[in-house]
Design a protein around this ligand. Structure first.
Ligand SMILES: C[S@@+](CC[C@H](N)C(=O)[O-])C[C@H]1O[C@@H](n2cnc3c(N)ncnc32)[C@H](O)[C@@H]1O
Length: 521
């Protein structure tokens, strides 16, 4: 049988990093058969001894609901070896840094990132996060002396990650924040007026006159009045105008804009809690009926107080170290800004059908001026990975799709009950396969590619995310034992949506082999 021969894995010192070379099968580092064959076997890896571990013994034939569909059994094989649990550093006092500057779905848990940096990289390494989101890896990486580079397709994510990781002139931050708060205070309507407005909004004429008379800019958000009360539109536009009028340090102005962006969701009618998308839920309608008060100026004051404290902590922790770089770009395409030689990749890719980042940040994207029209924004849509409702005409779906293997089996399974979901799944796998190739192009031999992946379900069965990622690794990466950690305080309420019950996350660990990457347009 082909596949990995675990017993032959030998650590080898490669610069400052131990590297495991594994025997490989023709179809990739660890295919379906080898995964089965590896069960119970001992691995010698750069980090000690690991073992593939069976989560539950198979039921006798006939009792096992998965027996007729062997690909489903893979989910049960995803490793939960106590010895492969990622030890998280206990950091006291807890450093909040800029991690909580902006609420972002499915963020990395900072101690996990810190543990992964510690385990897989050394000071001076160039570390890439191609799905950087709000930049958690960049914050932790820069403080640990790594040269960090982040990429994301979402303009809001990029703007947030930049704001969280820049080098700031603290005097400029303090002075401009103070001047802004002073300038906006003239528009504050006061507690009584906000209480009154919670029962009866201003008229359309009042809103239009304020916008016209004060020459306010209001973003072209489709269905604006569905998302915001009228007086809130006026107040937000007044705050925005005052931020844009600040002269001087442009980085601080950008920071203030992001802090303004961080209050948009709470100032809107949308439910801030479900993180997967954007919705005015029944819960919010109930709160409205009870007289929910929305005071944009109070929200802003709080965001600025927290934000300035966060920037101070970050700036003092960063000291003289270099600030990370962040670029807007598609991880499945060629991105010139990515360094030629990446020593390690640490990332949490988007999950299939979990968070709809495109929709989720819609209001912020408009208010931050990162998109000017619905048409403009639509250009971004095809680039997001993991989205639902992928049209059959998406160009990626024309790429070759394997007949065999785990992905092919799952796609057939899903298609039986939902062809649309099967198309989403196929798109996800094809996109992630492209992303893997792009990583192979830029990573040095032996470089670890470390991916935190959650689990998702389909019709009551768990989709074996880890095994699917091993399949995606192709010939360019060898698989190492998967680590895991329990999930406690997480910002991921979407699990109810896709049927998964997520109580731990896996860390897929791959190593760049010497396999060449052929050209990719
Ligand atoms: C799970 S989140 C990453 C969260 C991040 N680890 C953090 O701590 O904030 C996944 C990210 O992938 C991004 N993404 C989706 N498709 C992408 C693509 N084609 N290229 C780059 N980023 C993409 C999403 O915008 C989202 O920010």
């Amino acid at each position: 049988m082909g596949g990995v021969d675990p017993a032959r894995s030998r650590p080898e010192h490669h610069g400052s990093r131990a590297v495991v070379h594994e025997r490989r099968s023709e179809d990739g580092p660890i295919g379906r058969d080898s995964y089965q064959a590896c069960l119970g076997q001992t691995f010698l890896t750069s980090h000690g001894i690991g073992r593939f571990f069976r989560v539950r013994e198979p039921l006798p034939a006939g009792d096992d609901p998965n027996a007729a569909a062997p690909h489903k059994a893979h989910a049960a094989l995803e490793a939960v070896n106590p010895r492969l649990q990622l030890a998280l550093p206990a950091v006291t006092p807890v450093r909040r840094l800029t991690h909580y500057l902006f609420r972002f779905p499915a963020k990395f848990h900072p101690p996990v990132v810190s543990a992964l940096l510690d385990r897989f990289t050394v000071a001076g390494d160039t570390v890439l996060d191609p799905f950087v989101g709000s930049g958690t890896l960049l914050v932790e990486g820069a403080l640990a002396g790594r040269r960090c580079v982040g990429l994301d397709v979402d303009p809001v994510a990029v703007a947030v990650a930049r704001a969280k990781t820049r080098k700031y002139d603290l005097d400029a931050v303090a002075a401009m924040s103070e001047r802004l708060l002073e300038a906006v205070s003239q528009f504050d309507r006061g507690a009584d007026e906000y209480a009154r407005l919670s029962r009866s909004d201003i008229s359309l004429t009042e809103m239009s006159s304020a916008i016209r008379d004060e020459q306010l800019w209001v973003p072209a958000i489709p269905n604006l009045e569905h998302w915001f009360r009228r007086y809130v539109v006026v107040d937000l536009a007044r705050i925005h105008r005052q931020i844009m009028r600040r002269r001087g340090d442009s980085q601080t102005r950008h920071l203030l804009l992001i802090l303004f962006g961080s209050i948009i969701r709470n100032a809107s009618n949308a439910d801030p809690v479900p993180v997967s998308g954007l919705e005015v839920t029944a819960h919010m309608l109930r709160l409205e009926a009870k007289g929910r008060v929305v005071d944009p100026f109070a929200l802003l004051r709080k965001a600025i107080a927290r934000g300035v404290a966060a920037i101070e902590e970050w700036t003092s922790a960063l000291g003289e170290s270099d600030a990370p770089s962040v670029f807007e770009g598609d991880a499945t395409a060629a991105v010139a800004e990515i360094p030629e030689q990446v020593d390690a990749v640490i990332t949490s890719p988007p999950y299939n059908n979990a968070v709809d980042y495109y929709r989720r940040h819609q209001l912020e994207m408009f208010w931050l001026g990162l998109t000017l029209s619905h048409q403009d924004r639509l250009q971004l849509l095809p680039r997001y990975v993991g989205r639902p409702r992928i049209p059959a005409s998406h160009p990626l779906l024309a790429e070759p799709w394997p007949k065999d293997g785990l992905a092919a089996e799952w796609e057939r399974e899903i298609a039986q009950s939902s062809p649309g979901r099967a198309t989403d799944f196929k798109h996800y796998m094809l996109a992630m396969s492209r992303a893997m190739r792009r990583l192979a192009e830029r990573t040095t031999e032996g470089a670890p590619v470390v991916m935190v992946v959650g689990q998702s379900g389909w019709n009551g069965a768990m989709i074996p995310t880890v095994a699917l990622f091993h399949e995606l690794a192709g010939a360019w990466f060898a698989s190492e034992p998967t680590l895991w950690y329990p999930v406690r305080n997480r910002y991921m309420s979407y699990s109810r949506h896709n049927g998964a019950s997520i109580d731990r996350e896996h860390v897929v660990v791959l190593r760049r082999t010497d396999a060449p990457v052929d050209g990719l347009a």
